[in-house]
Design a protein around this ligand. Sequence first.
Ligand SMILES: NC(=O)c1ccc[n+]([C@@H]2O[C@H](COP(=O)([O-])OP(=O)(O)OC[C@H]3O[C@@H](n4cnc5c(N)ncnc54)[C@H](O)[C@@H]3O)[C@@H](O)[C@H]2O)c1
Length: 428
Amino acid sequence: MSDSERVLRAGMVGMGMIFDETYRPFFEQARAARLYDRPFGAIDVELAAVATKTGRRAEAYRLAAADRIGHFDSFAGDNAVEDMLARKPAFACVATPDDRHFEASKQILEAGVHLLVEKPSVLSLPELDELQAIAKRRRVLAKVVYHKLLDPDHKKLRTLVADGVLKHVNTGYCSLLEPKSISGGQFSEWIRGRNPGTYVAVHYIKLIDFTFGGRLKSVTATGQRGLVGPADGPTWDSTQLRLVYEYDDGRDAAFDIHTSWVTPDNFPGYVEQEVQFRFDNGVWNGHSRKRGVELTVENRTPHDLKTTINNHYNATVLEPWGERAQRGYGVEVIERFAREVATIEFGGPPEDRDRRLATARSLTYNDLSADRQTVAAVQALEAILARHAAGEPDCVVRVNEERGGLVLYRPGVAEPDVLYSPKVGATF
Ligand SMILES: NC(=O)c1ccc[n+]([C@@H]2O[C@H](COP(=O)([O-])OP(=O)(O)OC[C@H]3O[C@@H](n4cnc5c(N)ncnc54)[C@H](O)[C@@H]3O)[C@@H](O)[C@H]2O)c1
């Protein structure tokens, strides 16, 4: 294969905050340094086309990036994703608001293009089933970004569990607090009817599901309203979610995940993340905001610079060898996906492509086929909050019982609602 054919062309849907923090540095670094791995050698990765709502962010980026990025076509409006796909990317990434992931992802997979979608992949199991079936039929990858699984602390936690050093998780709590600027400014265009649980608790749902395994048994949730929207409306300030899992020995564990996007903007951390997991023989306490750095700069912290910074996720740095770089696990997770695609397309003879595809699909940290319990928890959370907003708080969703895979029980009502009939199962 000639060098000009060894190019991975990429598409991008949505160019907001997360594009800026993770995709942009990945595309710029790959353009400068190429991508190398023994199975596929050195290849180029090109951002070929983007699709956004208005096109304004794409133009702003084009100007700001100058020669750090090559030429890309920008499309806006109703046909933007279709137009982007006409540029024949090998893979495309979806970073739109969470209730707009499904349509774009479906179009991408139907076009026979590998997909990387931001978390949460989709909001319901029927949507997940559909994407999964298309990916299988079109013989492409369908993957989701949960960058916290690549956080060195979470890797260590999982290693201790996998090696049997920490034995049988019993309980866990996680808290993730986002500033008011997220709900009041950045997300104000699409926040009506949304909640911070689906948006950020999902990181911890996945961490728990991926790290400890087990079978999801039940989901309960409540929340508060009145700051982002009216106190009796469908838009949530904060949510508290409880998941109960069952393990092979028949014992349970309960996990509480608290999230908010109305923390004061002068809070010292940008995102407050705290976890505790208690085991038969140990305790893991983690605080990603207090990993050691506390910065004060007159007139700048905690607003335009943060007091406690998570340099592991994403840091703009001057490297010891003089280069400017933006690095961290937020960027690493995108690069890792590009390597998986490159291995499939360039990592051996064409007749072995299906085998390479199967290997990439078997990676449960990002494959949609392993996102079932996480999406089940999200679908249950959405349904419980919707009932709550409609005047019926305190519903419970039970998983895989005789009436169906996801069954919602309303207090005082004998007949439950079946949200999803098939069995949920950990994998597709
Ligand atoms: N991995 C993470 O930790 C992380 C962090 C933040 C956000 N996210 C996820 O990334 C996604 C986007 O979040 P964000 O913070 O970048 O949001 P944002 O509001 O900053 O940006 C959203 C972008 O999507 C575009 N968009 C909206 N509707 C569209 C449509 N129908 N078609 C094409 N483009 C459309 C907007 O023009 C904008 O460019 C969400 O799913 C969110 O959950 C992930």
